[in-house]
Design a protein around this ligand. Structure first.
Ligand code: MG
Length: 242
């Protein structure tokens, strides 16, 4: 049985930012969230460029999910480099990326930065990605607790991003099952809405689009100081049988 993704997405500028530097893609074989950083408009340039590169995988029908994703991330990084080389005012632009690709061999997850992927299976929420952040390093070394990390003044300090230089994204391959629901989000959600609230939204809103909007509403209720983006993907049998 071939599986595809049924998706919904929502994004909001939030309550204090003047622009939305997040970008996303949600299709039947590819989902992705990118959170751009940089001066002026360059954060938006970075996230949009990387999402365009990932979205091209939709029509590529790759056989091996991880290899395809790895190649797309490398290509996206090269394009960031090329854009900066063409226009030096873009120097310093970068973006997080969390993406999933479904192919014949399974569902690959690629990650760099602090946008997250979660799985919702059997009423259990599991975080699939590990933030590339300064505070995650402190948690890993037992210096602070995960709860302290949520309030740490330097919690948004990202240690890895797609920036056109050498990068170390992480990849994992999972076997998707019909009924799985995946959530990709920018830190505008996960910094302000805790896992219990996220799990409750996933449990209580079976309709994907309404669930996506509910997650955005939770961030807005929490003040939404950052851009917030969510992509939801339900694993379903391919109706074309293809
Ligand atoms: Mg953000």
């Amino acid at each position: 049985m071939n599986l595809i993704l049924r998706t919904a997405a929502a994004s909001d500028r939030g309550k204090t930012r003047e622009n939305n530097e997040d970008a996303f893609y949600a299709g039947p074989h590819v989902v992705a969230v990118a959170d751009g950083v940089g001066g002026g408009p360059s954060g938006e340039v970075a996230s949009a460029l990387v999402i365009r590169t990932l979205a091209a995988l939709e029509s590529a029908s790759p056989k091996e999910a991880t290899a395809a994703l790895r190649e797309a991330v490398a290509q996206a990084n090269q394009r960031i480099r090329a854009a900066i080389d063409r226009d030096p005012s873009l120097e310093g632009m970068a973006t997080t990326l969390t993406a999933m690709v479904v192919a014949e061999d399974g569902l690959a997850i690629g990650h760099i930065g602090d946008s997250r992927a979660y799985a919702w299976r059997g009423h259990t929420l599991t975080q699939l990605t590990r933030d590339d952040t300064y505070v995650q390093g402190l948690v890993d070394n037992g210096v602070i607790s995960a709860e302290e990390a949520r309030r740490h003044p330097q919690r948004s300090l990202v240690t890895q991003a797609i920036n056109g230089s050498e990068i170390a994204p992480t990849f994992a391959l999972v076997t998707p099952q019909p009924g799985d629901r995946f959530l990709l989000c920018s830190d505008g959600l996960s910094d302000y809405v805790d896992d219990h609230q996220i799990a409750a939204a996933l449990a209580n809103y079976p309709d994907l689009q309404r669930c996506a909007q509910q997650l955005i509403n939770l961030a807005l209720d929490a003040g939404a100081p950052d851009n917030v983006s969510v992509v939801l993907a339900d694993v379903v049998p391919d109706p074309s049988g293809g």
